[in-house]
Design a protein around this ligand. Structure first.
Ligand code: ADP
Ligand code: GLC
Length: 506
C-alpha cells in the first residue's frame, strides 16, 4: 500500500492543534503496519528550521505561476518515513501558518493551499516523482480539499480519502479567486466546489473524495444534522454511505509521563510520587500557591467558542470562591485573551494564565494538574482529554463528538465497576460546566475514589493501532476498484516500484 498523506500541519514541523498530532502519529502507525507512507506538507519557515539538510527532489516552479518552488525531502524524526515539503518561499516563508500576528487570515490563503493541493495531485498522477506513485492519497481538512477535485478529473488516478477534522473551518474564498486556481473546467458550480457564490475547498473535498472519514464515530453522526453540519449537512447526508468515523489515537511515544522528557519527574500507574512533584513544580513555575491539597485544574486549548473558553471565563469569578487553582495555556481570540489576562491579574496565586503556544508547557501542565478541563460546543475528536487520562489528569468534558466517545462519566457505580474515566456534562452552558466541575472537585476530596479514577485513566489504551488498521482496510477497499496510474514509469500490478533515491534526514 503506497500512501501519500497530505496535511497542512505535521508535528514537530508545524502545529496549531490536533491535526498536527494526527498527521505525525497516524502515518507512523500505518508505516508500522507495513504501509509505504510519504507525508506532504508546506515548507513553512518553522518547518525548514526543524529539518536538517532537506534534499531537493523535484522542481515545482510554474505551478499556479509560482516561479521559485521545489519539493524537498526530509524524514519524520525517529523513522524512515519521508516528509516531502512543498517549498515555495513566496507562499510559505512567513510567521503564522494561516494568519498574521494580528490574527488576520493571509489574503492569499486560497492560492497557498491550492498550490499544496496541485503538488499532491501531481505526485498522485506521477507527474513529479515517476518512481513512486501512491495507490491512495489521504487528504486532510480544507487546506487539501482541492486534491480530490483535481485528481478526480483524471481517468487513471489514485483513490482519494478525505478526512474532516473540523467542519468549522471550510476554506471559503470569493469567486474572484477561482480564475487563479487552475481548476478543471466546470469546477465552480453548485454541483462542484461552489458554495453560495464562493469557492469552498472543504466542499470540494467532500464532493469528490472516494471515501470520507471523520475523527470519531459520534461526530460522524452529528455532522449529518443541521445543528453540527455547518451548512454542509445536506451534502454530507448525500455521501453518508461513504462516510466513516474512525477515532483518533494518542502517540504514547510522545504523550506518556513514563518517558516524557519535558517533565521534572516521570511516573506511571505504579506510583504517583512523580506526579506530585510535577504539580509542585508547576505551581511554582506559574506563580500559584504551592499547596499539594488544592485541586489544580488545567485548560490547554485554542481560545475559541468551540472550546467554550467564553463560558470558562464566565465561571472564573465563581471558581475563585472555591478552594482550587486553575491554570490556562491558550491562544486564539484576542478579546478573550485579554479578559483571561485580567482575570488572572485579579486572582494571582489562584489563577495562572499563559497566552501563547508552548508545547513543553502543555506537557508539564498535563502532568502537574489534577483535572483537565476540555469542554466544547462541538468536538470532532479532541486529543487533550485522551492525553490527560494517560497523565492521571482526569478530564471534564461535554458529551459531544469524540469527547463522548472517549470519556465515561463518574458515579458511584462506574467508580466501583472500574469504567469511570472523567466527568461528562450535557449542556454547553455555565450551569453545565459548573455542575461538572463541582462534582469533580467533590470526588477529588475523596482520596481513595480519586486514586481509583486516576489509575483507571492511566490504564486506558488509546494507541493508534486499532484505528490505523481501520484506515488501512479503508484504503484497501478502494484500491481494488481503481485502475493504476500509468504515466511515468509504469507500475505493473504485483511488481515493486523502483526505490526512490533521496537520502534526506530530519
Ligand atoms: P484542536 O485540534 O481542536 O485544537 P485537540 O484536542 O485535538 O484540539 O488538539 C490540541 C493539540 O494542541 C494538543 O496537542 C494540545 O496539547 C495542543 N495545544 C492546544 N493549545 C495549545 C497551546 N496554547 N500551547 C501548546 N499546545 C497547545
Ligand atoms: C480538529 C478538531 C479536534 C481533533 C483534531 C485532530 O482540530 O477540532 O477535535 O482532535 O482536529 O483530528
Amino acid at each position: 500500500m503506497r500512501l501519500l498523506f497530505v496535511s497542512s500541519e505535521v508535528y514537530p514541523f508545524a502545529k496549531t492543534g490536533g491535526l498536527a498530532d494526527v498527521s505525525e502519529a497516524l502515518p507512523r502507525a500505518l508505516a508500522n503496519l507495513g504501509a509505504d507512507v510519504r507525508i506532504l506538507m508546506p515548507a513553512y519557515g518553522c518547518a525548514l528550521r526543524t529539518v536538517s539538510r532537506p534534499q531537493p527532489i523535484a522542481d515545482l516552479s510554474g505551478i499556479l505561476g509560482v516561479q521559485d518552488a521545489r519539493l524537498l525531502s526530509a524524514r519524520l524524526p525517529g523513522s524512515d518515513i519521508p516528509v516531502w515539503l512543498a517549498d515555495a518561499p513566496e507562499l510559505y516563508q512567513r510567521d503564522g501558518l494561516y494568519q498574521n500576528s494580528q490574527g488576520e487570515d493571509w489574503p492569499d490563503n486560497a492560492r497557498r493551499f491550492a498550490f499544496l493541493s496541485h503538488v499532491a495531485a501531481r505526485i498522485g498522477l506521477s507527474a513529479l516523482e515517476p518512481r513512486w506513485q501512491p495507490d491512495v492519497i489521504h487528504a486532510n481538512d480544507w487546506h487539501t480539499g482541492l486534491v480530490p477535485l483535481l485528481v478526480s478529473a483524471h481517468a487513471q488516478r489514485p483513490a482519494c480519502v478525505f478526512t474532516l477534522h473540523n467542519l468549522a473551518f471550510q476554506g471559503l474564498f470569493p469567486a474572484e479567486c477561482v480564475a487563479g486556481l487552475d481548476l478543471p473546467p466546470g469546477s465552480f458550480s453548485p454541483d462542484g466546489a461552489e458554495y453560495y457564490g464562493k469557492i469552498s475547498f472543504l466542499k470540494a473535498g467532500i464532493r469528490f473524495a472516494d471515501k470520507l472519514t471523520t475523527v470519531s464515530p459520534t461526530y460522524a453522526r452529528e455532522i449529518l444534522t443541521e445543528e453540527y453540519g455547518f451548512g454542509l449537512d445536506g451534502l454530507l447526508r448525500s455521501r453518508a454511505s461513504n462516510l466513516t468515523g474512525i477515532l483518533n489515537g494518542a502517540d504514547y511515544g510522545i504523550w506518556d509521563p513514563t518517558y516524557d522528557a519535558s517533565l521534572p519527574a516521570n511516573y506511571d500507574f505504579s506510583g504517583l510520587n512523580g506526579k506530585k512533584l510535577c504539580k509542585a513544580t508547576l505551581q511554582q513555575e506559574l506563580g500559584l500557591a504551592r499547596n499539594p491539597d488544592l485541586p489544580l485544574l488545567a485548560f490547554i486549548s485554542r481560545m475559541t467558542e468551540q472550546k467554550m473558553a467564553d463560558v470558562l471565563l464566565e465561571i472564573m469569578p465563581k471558581l475563585a470562591q472555591q478552594n482550587l487553582q486553575l491554570c490556562v495555556l491558550s491562544d486564539g481570540d484576542h478579546g478573550l485573551e485579554q479578559r483571561f489576562r485580567e482575570m488572572a491579574h485579579a486572582h494571582t496565586g489562584t489563577f495562572a494564565v499563559r497566552i501563547g503556544y508552548q508545547e513543553a508547557l502543555a506537557h508539564r501542565m498535563l502532568a502537574g494538574a489534577d483535572l483537565l478541563l476540555a469542554p466544547a460546543r462541538f468536538e470532532p475528536c479532541g486529543l487533550t482529554q485522551i492525553y490527560g487520562m494517560r497523565y492521571g489528569t482526569v478530564p471534564v468534558v461535554r458529551a459531544t463528538g469524540g469527547l463522548a466517545d472517549t470519556v465515561v462519566d463518574t458515579s458511584r457505580t462506574s467508580i466501583s465497576d472500574g469504567t469511570a474515566t472523567g466527568f461528562v456534562f450535557a449542556d454547553p452552558s455555565v450551569a453545565g460546566l459548573w455542575e461538572a466541575i463541582l462534582r469533580a472537585v467533590a470526588f477529588y476530596r475523596e482520596p481513595l475514589a480519586w486514586r481509583r479514577l486516576q489509575l483507571n485513566d492511566m490504564k486506558q489504551d488509546f494507541g493508534w493501532h486499532r484505528s490505523a488498521n481501520a484506515y488501512l482496510s479503508l484504503y484497501q477497499s478502494l484500491t481494488a476498484d481503481l485502475p493504476a496510474v500509468t504515466s511515468g514509469v509504469a507500475v505493473v500490478a504485483g511488481s515493486k516500484p523502483e526505490p526512490a533515491t533521496e537520502k534526506a534526514t530530519a
